[in-house]
Write a protein that binds this ligand. Structure first.
Ligand SMILES: *Cc1c(COP(=O)(O)O)cnc(C)c1O
Length: 239
């Protein structure tokens, strides 16, 4: 049964998709190349199911423990659904094993140490783990990520690991009320991607942009946007 809530979620997804199309056209990008990640942290399984019915195919979670419960519930209820789960929150090394078991993609590789741990866990499960390297573009105490000056060295190391598949870069700029203020950060990540490609690294994905600034991020070259509030509504604040 489609509840009123489901309709609200489906409507919100449609409106996000329309904005994706508009922003992509503005930058002469094929809208079909932009992947929408519905960020489902703090959201219950029912609403996530509603989002799947609304056409979402990729879900993003920021905590391993919380994701573990939801992913097994969602996968068992919707065994035939084509869905992917991405880790978008900081990962501690001691949770690398669980993360490899749970996530199709880990977007938050922020050190060589973590990359090596993920590689050795992935090896045990004979899994090729898809990853993004998280880049930190602003000096904020609370945010994780590789400093710009270290990016190429980290990409070199990640690329050399047999059980990791490097697919691109991710960043979380500071929050601004005015989405235009995020633009220089998105542009910066794209520039880093360009020079990484010139050095031979395979960088297909740029994960950047959230509910309030994904259109700007798409204009600057985002291929993955991480959208929570604009799909599921306001969360009880918890990061
Ligand atoms: C919570 C979160 C998002 C989604 O934020 P919204 O503003 O709700 O769209 C995106 N990326 C990361 C890393 C997050 O933690």
């Amino acid at each position: 049964m489609i509840t009123c809530y489901a309709m609200a979620i489906a409507d919100r997804i449609n409106s996000v998709n329309e904005k994706i199309i508009r922003a992509a056209r503005k930058s002469s990008t094929d809208p079909d190349t932009i992947k929408l990640i519905a960020v489902s942290k703090t959201v219950d399984a029912q609403k996530i199911t509603d989002a799947l019915y609304g056409g979402v195919k990729i879900l993003g979670e920021n905590r391993v423990q919380e994701a573990k419960v939801k992913i097994s519930e969602l996968r068992s209820q919707n065994a035939d659904w084509d869905m992917e789960w991405h880790l978008i929150g900081h990962l501690q090394k001691n949770k690398a094993k669980a993360a490899v078991q749970l996530f199709d993609m880990i977007q938050t590789v922020d050190s060589v140490d973590l990359a090596e741990e993920l590689d050795s866990q992935a090896r045990k499960f004979d899994k090729i783990q898809r990853v993004l390297v998280q880049v930190k573009l602003a000096a904020e105490e609370t945010k994780h990520g590789v400093a710009e000056s270290d990016v190429m060295a980290v990409l070199e190391k990640v690329t050399a690991l047999d059980y990791l598949k490097l697919e691109g870069l991710m960043t979380i700029p500071p929050f601004f009320d005015d989405p235009e203020e995020g633009r220089p950060y998105f542009r910066k990540l794209r520039e880093i991607a360009v020079s990484a490609r010139e050095q031979g690294f395979s960088i297909d994905e740029l994960s950047m942009g959230m509910s309030n600034d994904y259109e700007v991020a798409i204009e600057e070259g985002a291929t993955m946007i991480r959208v929570g509030t604009a799909i599921f509504g306001e969360r009880d604040y918890r990061e």
